[in-house]
Ligand binder design. Structure first.
Ligand SMILES: Nc1nc2c(ncn2[C@@H]2O[C@H](COP(=O)(O)OP(=O)(O)O)[C@@H](O)[C@H]2O)c(=O)[nH]1
Ligand SMILES: [Mg+2]
Length: 498
């Protein structure tokens, strides 16, 4: 990418702040942890469970500082950024623990500071400040746009829209596009129509049935206060990759707005948030992809690639020698593993590992440690073996949320039934393939999801459960049950507490 003046200004600002933050870091060791994921991936639940676990000393045996008894106390403290909303920890805990409902969803960035008082392995008392930043994964997936021209972004987006199952969803937009001439005079009403049809296509791809995940520009699906502004009123055009637009043309207008989107949305996000992260966890609802079908699962693999590209782009484009190395640990976590029997947790992890392996080989995120994990920040289910027609099915037991439907892949007794939100049931969610290669073999269609069939016929059906009652930890402190939350914590901050 050619460096522009705004990139240089960006770098200078980043460098100045980095020096400042570095100075503060010497006095007060601080880890800035980014928690990202597409909407509904489980960010709010993850942060709430993590903070609850640390403040209440939950059951976290793999998290060494805690299991070795070296954490004296963890407490919330005022956050460093005045202009970022505070993560509403208290309400979220109230919802989860007292009301046993999932916290309400939020769609903006938020921040929370936690101070951990601990004893180092050498015996000295120390403090680690943990700043957690919760931001939409959609914004992260915008970073690759920084290195793409309007023309190459258009070409890539068009190419993708012609593949199954996107092609059928893209029809109205593509039909409109076929009638457009990029060289014709710019007209606002044409841009508005194109942007609307393009946005409708993106939002159809994201639906539960199709479960597509690679849908930039992120703000088209989450416009916030930019809704209706010119920076969001553009769409790809069918123009030459290396061409340039006649002045005053529709093409010139679309290109200018695409560049504005980068200036107004993507660069500030990069500068103010992404470039300052020391550690990163990316939460992924892989089970939503399994609900949708093999196409969604295979798209997840492309999404990983794009995510790893983001970290690579960060290093290549913006970081100068003055900046301390950032995001030196990246954890990809499949959330809601409690929707599976434990025999499937390892399979889920193996599938993710396989997806990331390819992505890492390509993205070359030199210098950062990358790992994958299947976890449930809050475990809403127990396990049970259920006998059915001579076979034993590995089931999970929980209270399905009110209004959820069971599919035929679930336990026979409740097929097609609607749940009341009070009754505990055993369900069989389906089994993940034990050989990840089977999923990604060319032309393989190893299972049926919502994309191809009905909920009743689909091979997987992950119903939503209500949050669980509290468990009591060894010392009588009530704790939220989880799966591998302690392993995630150990990877993300364990080394900073030694
Ligand atoms: N069973 C289970 N469900 C979860 C878990 N985490 C999230 N969920 C479900 O996913 C939904 C979205 O989670 P949330 O944290 O709000 O997602 P966010 O949009 O990424 O902040 C919740 O309302 C829950 O239904 C988990 O650990 N276990
Ligand atoms: Mg949230």
């Amino acid at each position: 990418m050619a460096a522009t003046l705004s990139d240089f200004i960006e770098q200078a600002r980043l460098a100045a702040r980095s020096v400042l933050e570095y100075g503060e870091g010497l006095i007060n060791p601080t880890v800035r942890l980014g928690i990202t994921g597409l909407s509904r991936a489980g960010k709010t639940v993850f942060i709430t469970a993590l903070v609850h676990g640390l403040i209440r000393s939950g059951r976290l045996p793999v998290f060494e500082a805690l299991s070795e008894g070296r954490i004296a106390r963890a407490r919330l403290a005022p956050q460093p950024d005045d202009a970022v909303p505070r993560f509403d920890y208290e309400s979220h805990v109230q919802a989860l623990v007292a009301d046993r409902v999932w916290p309400e969803s939020t769609r903006q960035i938020s921040e929370l500071r936690l101070v951990v008082e601990y004893q180092s392995r050498s015996g000295a008392m120390r403090e680690l400040t943990l700043d957690m930043v919760d931001y939409p994964g959609e914004w992260l997936l915008d970073l690759p746009l920084l290195s793409k021209s309007f023309e190459s972004w258009s070409a890539e987006t068009l190419e993708m829209s012609r593949r199954a199952p996107r092609a059928q969803l893209a029809k109205p937009w593509l039909t409109h596009l076929a009638g457009l001439d990029g060289a014709s005079p710019a007209e606002e009403s044409v841009a508005i129509d194109a942007a609307r049809l393009f946005t409708e296509y993106l939002s159809a791809c994201r639906s539960e049935r199709y479960g597509m995940t690679l849908l930039p520009p992120g703000r088209f699906l989450m416009p916030g206060d930019l809704a209706g502004s010119p920076a969001l009123t553009f769409a790809p055009l069918d123009v030459a990759r290396d061409g340039s637009p006649p002045s005053g043309s529709l093409w010139a207008m679309m290109r200018r707005r695409y560049e504005s989107y980068k200036d107004v949305v993507v660069r500030p996000f990069f500068r103010d948030h992404f470039a300052r992260l020391d550690r990163q966890i990316v939460l992924i609802d892989a089970l939503a992809a399994f609900n949708a079908g093999p196409e969604a699962v295979s798209e997840l693999q492309d999404t990983f690639r794009s995510l790893l590209d983001c970290f690579e782009i960060g290093r290549r484009t913006f970081l100068s020698a003055l900046l301390r190395p950032r995001a030196d640990r990246i954890l990809f976590a499949a959330t809601k593993a409690d929707h599976l029997h434990h025999t499937n947790h390892d399979r889920l992890e193996a599938i993710l590992g396989r997806m990331v392996e390819r992505a890492i080989a390509r993205a070359d995120v030199a210098g950062a440690a990358v790992d994958v994990i299947a976890l449930a920040a809050v475990r809403a289910t127990r396990e049970a073996e259920v006998r059915q027609g001579g076979a034993t099915l590995p089931c999970i037991v929980g209270v399905p949320a009110r209004g959820e439907h069971a599919g035929s892949a679930n336990h026979k007794d409740c097929s097609g039934k609607m749940f009341d939100g009070m009754t505990e049931v055993a369900v069989f969610p389906g089994e993940l393939p034990d050989d990840p290669d089977a999923l990604f073999a060319p032309g393989a269609a190893p299972f049926r999801g919502l994309t191809a069939t009905t909920a009743e016929e689909a091979d997987f059906r992950f119903v939503a459960f209500r949050p669980p009652p509290l468990e009591t930890a060894g010392d009588g402190v009530p704790a939220l049950p989880h799966i591998r939350l302690d392993r995630a914590l150990q990877f993300l901050i364990g080394d900073r507490l030694t």
